[in-house]
Design a protein around this ligand. Sequence first.
Ligand code: MN
Length: 237
Amino acid sequence: MKPVIGVTSDLHDQLLSLSMDNIISLINAEAVPIVLPNLLDEENADQLTETMDGLLVTGGGDIDPILFGEEPHQKLGNICPERDAFEISIIHKMLTLDKPILAICRGCQILNIAAGGDMYQDIYTQLDGTLLQHSQKSPKWHATHYVNVNKDSLLYKIAQKEKFKVNSYHHQAVRKMPVNFEVCAISNDGVIEAFESKKHTFVLGVQWHPECMTQKKDGTSISIFHAFVRACINRKK
Ligand SMILES: [Mn+2]
């Protein structure tokens, strides 16, 4: 039996949306994806979590800063309160059950918030120094900036590389790591680009979009999805 992986979606004007790159990357890694709505109450979310073998927290808009105790910065973009609340709830449940989580871009930011960290609302105005371009204009599957990988990390085990290039579509980024979480990779301007939980079996957040690169046969992106699906299979046993 293939593992069933819940995939979070965006909610705007009564429409759920999700890039098919997420679904195709999971199917190609031999998983069965199910798309999660954002409007479930606790009881329904509990039941759903029981049936899932893993959670893919996908990319999207910005995060309500009230969730980490700040008021909106001038550069804050669109937020979706229902999505924030649902994802935090389902992340808590998956962490409690130690079920695998792969969190991408906005997903890694909400994972960080759910676990007790905080974040920059806008890296360009809140981080010192000249930053790289993190909102790339190149095609989505094209890797643009480097990440430097900590050798003692889950990401290094997966990628087997100390340095590789990633695509980049964010103006926000994680800041303080939660307790028991550690940085896996940073970009050359010091932005946290990947992190993991040290107390869970497989909880990985990446600030870039590996799902946009698997169909272009990017080895590291394919390895990330395969490692995630393997962890979900192992959790099933
Ligand atoms: Mn970046």
